[in-house]
Ligand binder design. Structure first.
Ligand code: GTP
Ligand code: MG
Length: 317
């Protein structure tokens, strides 16, 4: 397939046109692929907004990074573990004003179309069709995961940006087996950039006919995720909380995260209604924890010695 000549555009990878054109054939940069002599002219279709509303790729992040480094949240887990369902549930609760309180009031999002793509099937709509789960996240040739953006205004008026990375489980399976696997580039990206990691334990897989394999896979992935988090906040998130898992299996999963250098909080979420349980509660608790996390700052101890290069004293962050 043709490669877009724009140095910052990966539209050939099925990601968004960096100039914001929904139709590639109307993008002046893309037109140069078929006719390199064509001069770049703006056409009537040119979009004035520098973003499309779709999930962001790595090179779109400048919009958000420009006003302060956002908190990047990586959702790490195997295929069909319920990762996208968590993100869709956050968005649906946000739409009802039921995700956060006044301490973090919703401010804006650059990726509303991307959020809609995740959550639209989960909505109750008039008609005979009940809500469905979001579609499987495809592992296309994209280099980095699709990032969904949300910004919240705190009581002191400052903004807090969040980027939630929705990646396919296949990437993590390959990454758990081989950290350097070429197909695991997206998983490595998340491991490198995530300020907060949600490590997913799928109760369906951990109670199903292949529970032994699911447990081994979890142990491997947990080891990899904890090593890469290097002390950054990480939570154990049980998905499909409506399903029973034996206490022995629960204990083994907890043991797999017990060696983390910082305490690992635990959350349980489920979209299936259960007697006496408010389904939204688990998602709210998890989201509040994400909002409460802080990025560790670099502390520069006072020193009298001069002439030391900080790079060698504090390393690269
Ligand atoms: N019982 C139950 N099933 C759930 C729940 N959440 C998700 N599921 C099931 O899990 C399936 C996968 O959910 P997804 O959110 O697409 O999983 P994913 O981790 O994003 O999967 P990939 O995109 O393939 O990596 C859904 O199609 C549902 O069948 C839940 O709360 N309870
Ligand atoms: Mg998914």
């Amino acid at each position: 397939m043709d490669k877009c000549p724009h140095h910052n555009c990966f539209a050939d990878d099925n990601t968004t046109c960096t100039l914001g054109h929904l139709r590639l054939d109307l993008c002046p940069e893309w037109k140069r692929v078929s006719n390199p002599a064509v001069a770049i002219t703006t056409t009537a279709d040119a979009m004035l907004l520098p973003w499309t509303g779709l999930a962001m790729g790595e090179s779109d992040l400048n919009f958000v990074n420009g006003r302060g480094k956002p908190i990047t949240v990586g959702v790490v887990g195997p295929e069909s573990a319920g990762k996208t369902t968590i993100l869709g549930s956050f968005y649906l609760l946000l739409g009802r004003g039921a995700l956060t309180n006044e301490a973090h009031a919703f401010s804006n999002s650059y990726t509303l179309t991307g959020w809609e793509a995740v959550a639209t099937s989960m909505r109750w709509k008039p008609g005979p069709q009940p809500p469905r789960f979001p579609p499987h996240t495809p592992s296309s040739r994209a280099r980095a995961p699709g990032m969904l953006h949300l910004a919240f205004r705190r009581e002191n008026g400052s903004l807090r940006d969040l980027l939630l990375a929705d990646a396919p489980g296949e990437w993590f399976r390959k990454w758990a087996i081989n950290q350097d696997a070429p197909e695991a580039e997206g998983a490595r990206w998340i491991a490198r950039h995530a300020d907060v990691t949600l490590l997913i334990a799928d109760r369906q897989a951990l109670s199903g006919p292949k529970m032994g394999t699911a447990r081994n896979d979890f142990q491997l992935l947990a080891q990899r995720a904890i090593a890469n988090a290097r002390g950054r906040p990480l939570a154990l998130v049980w998905t499909k909380g409506d399903l029973e898992v034996t206490p022995a299996m629960e204990a083994q999963i907890r043991r797999a995260v017990a060696f983390a250098p910082t305490p690992v909080p635990e959350f349980t979420v489920s979209v299936a209604s259960q007697e006496g349980v408010d389904t939204a509660d688990g998602f709210r608790r998890l989201f509040n924890w994400i909002l409460s996390t802080k990025r560790p700052g670099v502390e520069l101890p006072a020193t009298k010695a001069s002439g030391h290069d900080p790079l060698f004293r504090f390393g690269r962050r």
